[in-house]
Write a protein that binds this ligand. Structure first.
Ligand code: AMP
Length: 281
C-alpha cells in the first residue's frame, strides 16, 4: 500500500493501472475510519483490481460554525486499517493541493442540494459534489462506493454522475450500525456517556416509524409526530428535522407510497447526528 499526497502522482498511478486494463474502485472518505467505511472498502476490494481510498477532510463542505477544526484526524490509524483491508493506494492530499488560491469552479446539483440537510447546511452539498467530481477526475474509478448513512449525498452524487455523463458506477451500501442501532459515524466520538445512550433513540424512532407503516399508517405527519415525541423523551436531544421524502428525488411526500426515505438530523448535545431508513409503501 502506498500513500500518495500529490495529484499528478495519484493520477499517474491510476492511469497506469487503467492502461493495464485494471478496474479501479474508489472509496472517498474524510478519515477517522470505522466499520462503516471498512464495509465500503471490503466491497471495493472484492470487485476491483485496484482499490483507492481517499482521506481528505474537505473544508468547503463545512459551514463557518461547523466542526472542521475539531474533526477527528488520525492518518496512522487509518493507514493501518486500510493496509489490513488490502487497500492499494491512500490518496491523502493537503488542502492547498486540492484548492489552490486560484481555485474557482464548483458543482451545484440544483434542487436536490436544497432539501433535507441542505436547508440547514447551505453550501454543504456544493462542497461535496465539487470534491467528489475532483476525486473522480483524478482517480478515474470504474466504481465508487458511498454509504446509505449519507442518503442525500448518495442521491446527489448519483445525479451529478448521471447529469454530467461521468463514466463511473455509483454503488451505495447499507448503513453499518453499533449494537444498539446507532449509525456508525466519525462524529460519535464527540458524545459523552449520557449523550451516547440517548443517541440510540434515533434508530429506535426510525424503527417505530417502520412498524407503524407496516401496520398501515400512511399519514406522514402522524408518523413524524410520533417520532418527534419519542426522540424528545431524551433530554440531550434537539431535533433539527425529521422528513419523509421520495427516495429517488427527495421531494417531500404527504402519504407513504412507493420507495420512501425517512431521514432525520438531531443534535445530541453539541453533536449533529443523521440517520435514515428506506420504507416501501
Ligand atoms: P465520511 O468519512 O463520513 O465522509 O464517510 C465516507 C463514506 O463512508 C460516505 O460515503 C459515508 O456515507 C460512508 N459511511 C459513513 N458512515 C457509514 C456507516 N455507518 N455505514 C455505511 N457507510 C457509512
Amino acid at each position: 500500500m502506498i500513500i500518495i499526497k500529490n495529484i499528478p502522482l495519484a493520477r499517474d498511478s491510476c492511469a497506469k493501472a487503467k492502461l493495464k486494463n485494471k478496474t479501479i474502485g474508489l472509496v472517498p472518505t474524510m478519515g477517522a475510519l470505522h466499520e462503516g467505511h471498512l464495509g465500503l472498502i471490503r466491497k471495493a476490494r472484492k470487485v476491483n483490481d485496484l482499490v483507492v481510498v481517499s482521506i481528505f477532510v474537505n473544508p468547503i463542505q463545512f459551514g463557518p460554525k461547523e466542526d472542521l477544526k475539531k474533526y477527528p484526524r488520525d492518518l496512522a490509524k487509518d493507514a493501518a486499517l486500510c493496509k489490513n483491508e488490502g487497500v492499494d493506494i491512500i490518496f491523502y492530499p493537503q488542502v492547498k493541493e486540492m484548492y489552490p488560491a486560484t481555485f474557482r469552479t464548483h458543482i451545484t446539483v440544483e434542487d436536490f442540494s436544497l432539501r433535507l440537510c441542505g436547508k440547514f447546511r447551505p453550501g454543504h452539498f456544493k462542497g461535496v459534489a465539487t470534491v467528489v467530481a475532483k476525486l473522480f477526475n483524478i482517480v478515474q474509478p470504474d466504481n465508487a462506493y458511498f454509504g446509505q448513512k449519507d442518503a442525500q449525498q448518495a442521491v446527489i452524487i448519483k445525479k451529478m454522475a448521471d447529469d454530467l455523463n461521468m463514466p463511473v458506477r455509483i454503488k451505495v451500501l447499507p448503513i453499518v450500525r453499533e449494537k444498539d442501532g446507532l449509525a456508525m459515524s466519525s462524529r460519535n466520538v464527540y458524545l459523552n456517556r449520557q449523550q451516547r445512550q440517548d443517541a440510540a433513540v434515533l434508530f429506535q424512532s426510525l424503527n417505530m416509524a417502520r412498524r407503524q407503516i407496516k401496520r398501515g399508517t400512511k399519514d406522514c405527519s402522524k408518523i413524524i409526530a410520533a417520532m418527534k415525541k419519542m426522540i424528545e423523551t431524551k433530554k440531550t436531544t434537539s431535533i433539527e428535522y425529521i422528513s419523509i421524502v421520495n427516495a429517488k428525488d427527495l421531494r417531500p411526500i404527504v402519504k407513504i407510497k412507493g420507495r420512501c426515505l425517512i431521514a432525520l438530523a438531531v443534535w445530541v448535545g453539541r453533536t449533529r447526528l443523521i440517520d435514515n431508513i428506506i420504507v416501501n409503501g
